[in-house]
Design a protein around this ligand. Structure first.
Ligand SMILES: Cc1cc2nc3c(=O)[nH]c(=O)nc-3n(C[C@H](O)[C@H](O)[C@H](O)COP(=O)(O)OP(=O)(O)OC[C@H]3O[C@@H](n4cnc5c(N)ncnc54)[C@H](O)[C@@H]3O)c2cc1C
Length: 478
């Protein structure tokens, strides 16, 4: 008889992978379906990576509840999973005449149970010397910080696999129907069946609901563009610097990244689904706004621009079981602060799902992932010992980020294998540095080709059949 999974999760962003991670700890047969070549392929890949404190969410909303719960869980998860993070706090800076706006944030913080302090200019300067000259005060939140969003999602996916869950990549869900009590989920890769379906499809959350005949929601999209700066700029910033929030969001920030770069952004441009093309006007807006909170920004140290898309349904997250389709659970419209909220959303979804089964936690749950230190985190003795066992630890592939061949090989053979140049980049940082893969790209391609035993012209940059980098061997061109 055809296999029936207990649970199918649609979408491998931070919400889907965190949920799979939680469910994999139970004696349930779980499968995650992701349309892309890797998890963390959409909003989870391109955001600010801020672990928000939760002082600015409207009290009483799901956003407020899950942000605050998620903050505490995320710090714990990142530690346990060995994912890069920095609990560096955040400040919202304000000028003379903006005292009321700071007072309103203090009220919201109290209502949401978030600890904040109001600082004078002097106190702010002692913590963050590069604030703009006319900043007179700030709101400090010590529970905020930064994390690598895609590495967190990848780590959740890896741990879920080690705990027995399955992930099918390049399996785009095209139809969801129900035969009796069993869901039939059609994908570009084949058909799967399950007792419970969890919709975490991000930008396609509402369409997937429609496929299943569950509640219909209207979606809007808001793009955010960024500048990412060279790691030489990291020394100029200690914390996350926000302007006062507006109706459009938390505003254009300046922040360190968990990996040691600096970001300026994001904007908030109303747009359509799938639009992740940065615009000149939007980048100009960042240029104009950053100096209002941060002195002497170094736009000339930009190594890349990127953008991410917020998926918005009304004013809040949509989380819970469908009232129309039994056993169809959803977490959709997860815009900001969705990264921070994800571990708490995952726990809520796992509670909902496990309550439907007579299931219990497994005995031997994997909590910590295998050692994943990179070259820069190893001391000399550790490195020497590794080189003795495997010479690939002595061969640098990415000069900018100091990534060795051994790390690339490890990523290719990790629980959720990296099979494209971008997937290797997200796991190892090869290609994330100043030269953006100009030097290491071809070497990473050769290693993928060798390790996966595929021809060089079949090695892809990222998602999609047409994403191969080499077309054919020189001499074969007509
Ligand atoms: C510009 C920007 C800045 C942000 N900054 C922050 C921040 O600093 N802190 C914070 O807490 N939050 C932030 N967020 C919000 C955060 O990024 C999102 O809330 C979070 O990534 C949403 O995760 P998700 O899993 O719901 O969606 P996604 O990450 O989009 O994942 C959905 C997945 O579903 C897959 N999928 C879609 N359709 C199908 C299908 N039919 N079949 C199979 N798979 C499918 C997609 O490929 C994707 O991988 C920001 C968002 C943006 C855009």
């Amino acid at each position: 008889m055809e296999k029936v999974f207990d649970v199918i999760i649609i979408g491998g962003g931070i919400v889907g992978t965190a949920t799979l991670d939680r469910l994999a700890k139970y004696d349930l047969d779980c499968l995650l379906l992701e349309k892309s070549d890797d998890v963390a392929a959409f909003s989870t890949r391109a955001n600010s990576g801020i672990v928000h404190a939760g002082y600015d969410c409207e009290p009483g909303t799901l956003k407020a509840e899950f942000n605050v719960l998620g903050n505490a869980l995320l710090w714990k998860d990142a530690q346990e999973l060995g994912v890069k993070h920095l609990k560096c706090g955040s400040i919202v800076v304000a000028k003379e005449g903006q005292e009321d706006a700071i007072a309103k944030l203090v009220e919201k913080a109290k209502a949401n149970g978030v600890e904040v302090e109001v600082w004078s200019r002097q106190q702010t300067l002692a913590f963050e010397p590069n604030i703009a000259d006319d900043i007179t005060m700030s709101l400090y939140a010590k529970s905020a910080g930064v994390v690598s969003p895609y590495q967190l999602a990848i780590a959740y996916a890896d741990r879920a696999i080690l705990n027995g869950a399955k992930i099918e990549l390049e399996a785009e869900v095209t139809a969801v129907s129900k035969q009796g009590e069993i869901f039939e989920v059609k994908t570009s890769k084949g058909e799967y069946r399950a007792k419970v379906v969890v919709n975490c499809a991000g930008e396609n959350g509402a369409p997937v609901n429609d496929m299943a005949g569950a509640e219909h929601y209207e979606t809007t999209y808001r793009r955010g563009d960024y500048f990412i700066l060279d790691n030489t700029e990291r020394k100029n910033i200690n914390t996350v610097i926000f302007p006062l929030p507006t109706k459009a969001g938390k505003g254009i920030l300046v922040a360190p990244t968990a990996d040691g770069n600096v970001i300026y952004g994001p904007t908030a441009v109303d747009t359509v689904a799938d639009d992740t093309a940065s615009s000149l006007a939007s980048l100009d807006e960042i240029r104009r706004n950053v100096p209002l909170s941060y002195k002497n920004p170094t736009f000339n140290k930009c190594i890349r621009i990127y953008s991410g898309l917020r998926t918005i349904i009304g004013h809040d997250f949509v989380i819970g079981e469908s009232k129309v389709v039994k056993n169809f659970v959803m977490a959709i419209g997860i815009c900001s602060p969705g990264l921070t909220s994800a571990p708490a959303i995952a726990e809520r979804l796992a509670e909902l799902v496990t309550a439907k089964f007579a299931c219990k936690k497994k005995n031997d749950i994997v909590e910590n992932l295998p050692e994943n230190k990179g070259l820069l985190e190893l001391d000399e003795a550790e490195l020497n010992s590794l080189v003795q066992k495997d010479e690939a630890w002595g061969r640098i592939v990415c000069r900018c980020e100091k990534v060795t061949e051994a790390e690339v090989v490890r990523a290719i053979h990790s629980p959720l294998p990296a099979t494209t140049v971008d997937a290797v980049k997200r796991r190892t940082r090869a290609g994330m540095g100043r030269c953006q893969g100009g030097f290491c790209g071809p070497r990473v391609m050769e290693i993928i080709s060798r390790e996966l035993n595929i021809p060089l012209d079949k090695v892809r940059k990222g998602n999609g059949e047409d994403s191969n980098i080499a077309v054919c061997k020189v001499g074969e061109v007509e």
